[in-house]
Write a protein that binds this ligand. Structure first.
Ligand code: CA
Ligand code: CA
Ligand code: CA
Length: 359
């Protein structure tokens, strides 16, 4: 009987040792880029790192995981201050731009749970798809310094790879003038500077450039903001998820009537389109003539409802009475002050019943 008890105790002990030696905690890692791994030069891509514990018994202690994420030279990690996608209890140990090391400093990971870490990288140079990787390395369980693996770790899932591809952005080079901002001599005023902004005097104002479906109901599919320069040029840069094809180009500006291209335009990697060189380059020739061969978006739609009318005047009027100056959408002639000269431009377009023209 005594021998039987001894054998049973030995068996339990053996089972306990087996359990302790095999399969206590198994950390694993996966990496996945946003947008199918495609990013344009200068744009940001999210790299999602999933780190978990498939167990089956023990929690992974804090300061025990110090994975390294390594990206190719075609992209670079943003500085630590912009890495805001770490879960509570995780820290960045080092960031060289190409290699970022993190640690679960004060975040133990129980069995069957995982953590998602979002790291931000930026496209640097155009390249075909390249591999990036995540590798679990082990900490010492106290300071995130190098340490040994956890009992039960299977090494096969301690690294993961995916790909990132850096592409050229889709660039649309535009020629656009804005009626009210005309300087009378071939260019537009430095409106932002006139209105007290710190922009250079070669900047006129911001415009929103949209690409709309060529087919009804002509939905807006892509949008970006571009700086319109005083010489009427603007470079609208779209993210690489824009599929090249035919789109209506739509220009929105804070006190002009929304203006559509006359027809859908074939948008490629680099496309040039001039609204200003002909009235008929806009849908229904909905532009004002400023000079020979210079046409412009019609000014005065202050409330951006698609029509220039008395409702816009109702917004302009109080600013004239108050004698406001500075960054105001009611400054239709862009000289920085709101007065009767702004009203004169609105008045003509209101009388003419100007409204947005599109398909
Ligand atoms: Ca593992
Ligand atoms: Ca309006
Ligand atoms: Ca003005």
């Amino acid at each position: 009987m005594k021998n039987l008890k001894l054998i049973m105790l030995c068996c339990i002990g053996a089972l306990f040792i087996v359990g302790k030696s095999f399969g206590q905690a198994n950390p694993f890692i996966n990496v996945l880029p946003s947008n199918s791994g495609i990013v344009s030069v200068g744009a940001t891509i999210d790299i999602m790192v999933t780190i978990g514990n498939s167990g089956p018994i023990a929690t992974i202690p804090q300061a025990k995981l110090r994975p390294i994420i390594q990206v190719p030279p075609s992209v670079t990690f943003l500085p630590n201050a912009q890495q805001v996608g770490l879960p509570a209890g995780w820290t960045i140990l080092s960031n060289t731009g190409s290699q970022l090391r993190i640690c679960n400093s004060s975040d133990p990971i129980p069995v069957s749970t995982s953590r998602t870490i979002i790291l931000k990288a930026q496209g640097v140079t155009v390249t075909p798809p390249q591999t990036f990787s995540g590798n679990i390395n082990f900490g010492n369980g106290t300071t995130c310094g190098a340490g040994t693996s956890v009992a039960g770790d299977l090494t096969t899932d301690n690294s993961a790879t995916s790909t990132v591809q850096v592409v050229a952005p889709i660039t649309l080079n535009l020629n656009v003038f804005i009626e009210g901002y005309w300087d009378g001599a071939g260019a537009m005023l430095p409106v932002l500077a006139n209105q007290g902004q710190s922009n250079p005097t070669t900047d006129c104002d911001s415009i929103t450039v949209e690409l709309h479906d060529a087919n009804a109901p002509y939905a807006s599919l892509f949008s970006t903001i571009a700086v319109l320069h005083t010489d009427g040029t603007a470079s609208a840069v779209f993210p690489p998820n824009v599929t090249t094809g035919n789109y209506y180009i739509v220009i929105k500006h804070r006190n002009s009537v929304e203006t559509w291209s006359a027809n859908p335009v074939a948008i490629g990697t680099t496309t040039n389109y001039s609204f200003s060189s002909g009235a008929s380059n806009a849908f229904a020739s909905n532009q004002a003539q400023l000079a020979t061969n210079i046409y412009a978006l019609l000014s005065g739609d202050i409330n951006q409802d698609g029509a220039i009318d008395a409702f816009d005047y109702l917004i302009l009027d109080p600013d004239i009475i108050l004698g406001n100056s500075g960054y105001f959408n009611t400054d239709i002639n862009g000289d920085g002050v709101i007065d009767a000269f702004d009203y004169l431009i609105l008045d003509v377009n209101s009388i003419n019943g100007i409204t947005v023209q599109g398909p």
